[in-house]
Design a protein around this ligand. Structure first.
Ligand code: FES
Ligand SMILES: [Fe+2]
Length: 394
């Protein structure tokens, strides 16, 4: 986000704070069926349409900052290996040996070659097959046995990958307005601090929903992040992507400062939900990256939450502070957000909740769910009517 835009947002927030105004959507509150969280057929359709056939932001530049770095991650269970070659270029491959498919790398690290644990085939960071024991036993079948490359684009500190080798990836078209909101935060300078990763007992959408509405913040997080925010949340709609702007009580300090002295972050932070489930956020102290990929059941996802500091060459005291803040944020995500999201999921699966409603302060969530429905051709009204929860449309 350019400085001029930050200043304009800060001014808007200051006015809202003065008027004690909270942002309500123009769209009315919306009742929706719970099948979006529990229905297996819908879940499989989403996995296919949203995850396995679209480009997605799956990492930061900071996950493979140096030449020779690698990072093994996944898209909806499809293992992906990101590497940065000697030429500085980021590459993406299916993380599968071309002999019999065994995964070549786990986690992240630094390596110029990847040797399969099964029969020791070896590949370099450009994906070329460079070593095969008893090579002559393969009777010439080793042509074109390099790793399967995936379309990739790296810009503004984000790495976007398409999970299909022949998939179409147009970063600018995909990101739309969201690119301008993220650019200028210097995500490219981030330093990885730590991650939390687990199978979570939620539908993948719960984790995205929780990131982009502020309505719950004072109530669910009264001892942690709640007091760090005011009620003046702003919602920015970038088509399929959505941003929640969160303002610090310290924003009032700007009133006594000439505009040119306003700090870069202007006392607000942005949490950006990039379709379908990448949530990236930037605040004064740290940045984060979250994905909640659909697992094998509607009520399960592979959850990853990674925290980053802003300066690659930060001194020890900043690193210690970042470690402390990261631990606090992981605790908030797990003990506060994830706990109630799992509870919500289990209650839905047990038939305790016939429908859900989204209010005008949950407008990002409402819009995201309407987008999901539109993209898979789901009619929420008809689904409610089928459950006897609404009059069928004429
Ligand atoms: S499966 Fe990788 S070398 Fe055999
Ligand atoms: Fe939260």
């Amino acid at each position: 986000m350019e400085r001029a835009q930050r200043i304009a947002i800060a001014k808007q927030l200051l006015e809202m704070v003065d008027r004690k105004e909270t942002q309500y959507s123009d769209e009315p509150a919306w009742e929706a069926d719970i099948g979006r969280f529990t229905d297996k057929a819908r879940f499989l359709k989403e996995k296919e349409e949203f995850f396995l056939n679209r480009p997605q932001v799956i990492a930061y530049t900071a996950d493979i900052p140096e030449n020779g770095d690698y990072y093994a991650t996944e898209i909806a269970g499809k293992p992906i290996l990101l590497t940065r070659g000697k030429d500085g270029k980021a590459r993406a491959f299916l993380n599968a040996c071309r002999h019999r498919g065994v995964q070549l790398a786990e986690g992240c690290g630094h390596a110029s070659t990847f040797t399969c644990p099964y029969h020791a085939w070896t590949f370099n960071s450009h994906g070329d097959l460079i070593g095969v024991p008893s090579k002559d036993s393969f009777d010439g079948l080793l042509e074109d046995r390099g790793l399967i490359a995936l379309p990739i684009h790296e810009e503004i500190g984000l790495i976007m990958v398409h999970p299909q080798p022949d998939g179409h990836l147009d970063f600018d078209a995909y990101m739309g307005n969201m690119k301008g909101l993220i650019a200028g935060y210097h995500y490219e300078n981030l330093r990885f601090v730590k991650e939390f990763r687990s199978t979570a007992r939620i539908n993948w959408k719960h984790a995205v929903d929780g990131g982009v509405e502020g309505y719950h913040v004072p109530f669910l997080h009264p001892q942690t992040v709640g007091p760090m925010t005011l009620q003046q949340f702003l919602h920015i709609d970038s088509g399929l992507h959505h941003t929640l702007v969160t303002v610090s009580p310290d924003i009032v300090k700007l009133k006594d400062l000439p505009e040119e002295e306003w700090p870069e972050w202007c006392y607000f932070s942005c949490t950006n939900a990039i379709f379908p489930n990448t949530v990236v956020g930037a605040g004064e102290l740290m940045a984060f990256f979250q994905r909640s990929d659909p697992s094998d059941e509607p009520g399960k996802c592979d959850y990853v939450f990674r925290l980053y500091g802003w300066d690659r060459n930060a001194p020890e005291e900043i690193r210690q502070r970042d470690e402390h803040v990261a631990n606090m944020l992981i605790t908030v995500a797990m003990e506060e957000d994830m706990k109630v999201q799992s509870n919500s999921q289990i209650m839905m699966e047990n038939g305790a909740v016939p429908s859900v409603i989204f209010g005008r302060r949950e407008q990002n969530v409402m819009r995201m769910h309407k987008n999901y429905d539109r993209l898979i051709g789901h009619d929420a009204e008809a689904a409610l009517a089928a459950e006897g929860l609404k009059e069928a449309a004429e």
